[in-house]
Design a protein around this ligand. Structure first.
Ligand SMILES: Cc1cc2nc3c(=O)[nH]c(=O)nc-3n(C[C@H](O)[C@H](O)[C@H](O)COP(=O)(O)OP(=O)(O)OC[C@H]3O[C@@H](n4cnc5c(N)ncnc54)[C@H](O)[C@@H]3O)c2cc1C
Length: 375
């Protein structure tokens, strides 16, 4: 196998596959090697996004096929329930495994993915980058790095982590309404923000997740809570499991002349929600019409939206310091804002009018306290 490439990419995950599938033209002569530590594309998770006017149609743009879409979304707090018909928007779920598979099949033949090769070291020497991996040593002129954690360093958050444990379950009776997604159903918890997320795919099948926004999430306790939450579904069969801890952090994308970070470690995960697919799609669309060439890699460096980061900071401070107020905060925001403005805001594409609408739907005193806090 060749040891020298124009570009080496670390990780065959969401950001690198979405990026390479759009940005490496079929005519490109660049040699690209992707080093992925896993043995294959094996992803027990879903990628959910909001879709609708003013947002790039991810399914169309990236030639993907959604698993399910919902026109109605629900939020519940303290026995109060709001159900919103979000037309002309939809909440759309993509299956993780088939999404990554589809994206990898769209790659130019020159892009080689080497699985089971964990990168352990990178070294910049003169004009080259040496990459040490479990499958051998490689060398390139440029490096795209999508590792969410670099060696032993986890991404830290000044605020909280989002931890979740979920199962796709099947029940015997027609329990679910497949047209309604429950985005947040809050549980009583005075010290952390805790809720159930329920995505029904059929009358009998749904993804049920127990989620926690916490400074220091305890996965063992969360697992116990999740088990209790699942009891309400009676007899069920577990079809799939997913779990994760996502830092609710504002991360600055770093890049030098030859190395560009992408994905989680470049700030492509929305700090307040833990979602990244929409941010990645927006980033790629900002470079529409361009393809990777020799010497233009750095022009793709991710640029955050300072205004949205500013709002996220205030929001995160508030839910970190006043977790007992957080269910009311989400509930009222969802209840009082115009759903079109809220969805565009959550998808990083709000207009000024949308932002004003969101500000008007927030509790002013609480937000002011968040604004005045240092961290
Ligand atoms: C269970 C779960 C559910 C989620 N649901 C949603 C959702 O509904 N909507 C949404 O928008 N986002 C969701 N997210 C967030 C989203 O999945 C991630 O933010 C997204 O995958 C980030 O893309 P990425 O490329 O940064 O990281 P990844 O997709 O994780 O890709 C990084 C890749 O690098 C590989 N890698 C890491 N270290 C090395 C190494 N040393 N050598 C070689 N390879 C390496 C990893 O194996 C991985 O394949 C979810 C996350 C989880 C965990």
């Amino acid at each position: 196998m060749k040891a020298e490439y124009d570009i080496i990419v670390i990780g065959a995950g969401l950001s690198s596959l979405m990026f390479l599938s759009k940005m490496v033209s079929n005519k490109s002569k660049l040699s690209i090697l992707v080093l992925e530590q896993k043995n294959s594309i094996n992803r027990n998770q879903s990628f959910c996004v909001w879709e609708g006017p003013g947002l790039i149609n991810i399914e169309k743009e990236f030639k993907l096929k959604a698993k399910h879409r919902w026109d109605k979304v629900l939020i519940e707090n303290n026995r109060k329930k709001i159900k919103k018909n979000i037309h002309p928007y939809q909440y759309v779920c993509h299956d993780g495994q088939s999404t990554l598979k589809k994206l990898s099949r769209q790659l130019n033949a020159k892009v080689k993915i080497l699985y089971a090769s964990k990168v352990t070291r990178i070294n910049e020497i003169d004009e080259k980058i040496q990459v040490t991996s479990s499958e051998g040593n490689f060398c390139s002129k440029y490096l795209i790095d999508s590792r969410p954690k670099i060696e032993k360093n986890e991404i830290k958050s000044d605020y909280m982590q989002q931890a979740f444990i979920g199962n796709e379950i099947e029940v015997k009776s027609n329990y679910f309404n497949k047209d309604e997604a429950t985005i947040m159903s809050f549980s009583k918890n005075k010290t952390e923000t805790e809720f159930i997320y329920q995505l029904p795919f059929t009358k009998k099948r749904a993804l049920v997740e127990t989620t926690l926004f916490s400074k220091n999430p305890d996965l063992r306790k969360l697992q116990q809570k999740h088990k209790i939450n699942l009891k309400k579904y009676g007899n069920y069969k577990v079809l799939n499991s997913e779990r994760g801890i996502i830092p609710m952090a504002l991360i600055e994308a770093s890049a030098n002349k030859r190395i560009m970070k992408i994905g989680t470690s470049a700030g492509m995960v929305r700090a307040s929600s833990g979602y990244s697919m929409r941010k990645i799609a927006n980033w790629i669309s900002d470079h529409k019409g361009k393809t990777i060439k020799k010497n233009n890699l750095l022009s793709f460096k991710y640029a955050p939206n300072p205004l949205l980061d500013f709002f996220d900071k205030i929001f995160l401070r508030v839910i970190k310091d006043y977790p007992n107020k957080s269910p009311d905060l989400f509930f009222n925001l969802f209840n009082q804002s115009n759903h079109k403005s809220l969805i565009k805001f959550l998808s990083d594409k709000p207009s000024w009018l949308d932002i004003i609408n969101i500000i008007m739907s927030m509790p002013k005193r609480l937000m002011l306290k968040g604004l005045l806090k240092k961290k």
